[in-house]
Design a protein around this ligand. Structure first.
Ligand SMILES: C[S@@+](CC[C@H](N)C(=O)[O-])C[C@H]1O[C@@H](n2cnc3c(N)ncnc32)[C@H](O)[C@@H]1O
Length: 237
């Protein structure tokens, strides 16, 4: 595990363009669509994540934590996975189910609203746990990651695409903006997603927390310093 931010690797900049991914069934999909938001940095990090964990998920079980509007859950299902998708908020559940129906993968995804504590997830033995822009909403990260680890099979993998450093002034600015928006995100009407302490962006200390729980293999910074990919394996117990 990298011990300091100095060991974080940078994803080299490349001209952006549509990123196509081919499913085991031979269907060509636009990764841009499934990544949905966050811009080229996130698409490139998602591409890198799939390079690392593979694109054929046939027979693999994926836990998508914080499914949001469901697109990434659908992508994993289209790539062959059996997906359990959990989120703490119900507001986008119907939309996520509709998304799965649109892609014909509703039988491959179980969407569940849960407490936010991975220990409460009913299933275990996942091959992969995935998040995108979720861990910034988890205050007790180490406890959360330990809980998550118990849900993975031996040698199970984690891939987290998460929001990174903002300087203290911009964090303060964001907090004020969230406060003025009643702590709601635009696409979660009526839901207080943030509070004065959340979101917690990745800092060197927070990045080190991943290494306390998982065998972190890579911490990759996107072209934008606001996005990181963290990949690791479950530790042998
Ligand atoms: C910024 S959205 C990202 C959604 C989706 N992953 C994406 O990239 O579009 C954050 C999501 O994390 C969910 N969330 C917050 N805390 C969570 C937790 N402890 N476990 C699972 N989901 C959580 C929120 O309800 C929300 O859907």
């Amino acid at each position: 595990m990298p011990e300091s931010s100095g060991l974080i690797t940078n994803l080299p900049a490349r001209p952006s363009g549509p990123t196509t991914i081919v499913t085991p069934a031979g269907q060509s999909l636009s990764l841009d669509y499934f990544v949905g938001w966050g811009g080229p940095s996130v698409i490139r990090l998602a591409t890198k994540a799939l390079e690392i964990i593979g694109t054929d998920f046939t027979g693999r079980r994926v836990l998508d934590i914080g499914f949001g509007h469901g697109q990434m859950s659908c992508l994993f299902a289209l790539l062959g996975a059996q997906v359990v998708a959990v989120d703490t908020h119900e507001v986008s559940l119907l939309e996520a189910v509709a998304e799965a129906k649109r892609w014909g993968v509703e039988d491959r995804i179980q969407f569940t609203v849960y407490s936010g504590d991975p220990q409460d997830i009913q299933h275990t033995d996942f091959d992969i746990a995935f998040t995108k822009s979720v861990l910034l909403l988890v205050p007790e990260l180490e406890k959360f990651l330990h809980g998550l680890s118990t849900k993975l099979r031996s040698k199970g993998q984690v891939a987290f695409i998460e929001n990174g450093f903002h300087n203290p002034l911009s964090v303060l600015g964001r907090r004020i903006v969230h406060f003025l928006h009643n702590n709601e995100a635009r696409d979660y009407p009526g839901v207080s997603m943030y509070n004065w302490r959340l979101p917690v962006y990745l800092s060197p200390a927070r990045i080190r927390t991943f290494g306390k729980v998982f065998d972190v293999q890579q911490v990759i910074k996107g072209e934008s310093r606001h996005w990181y990919l963290i990949h690791g394996f479950k530790r042998p117990s």
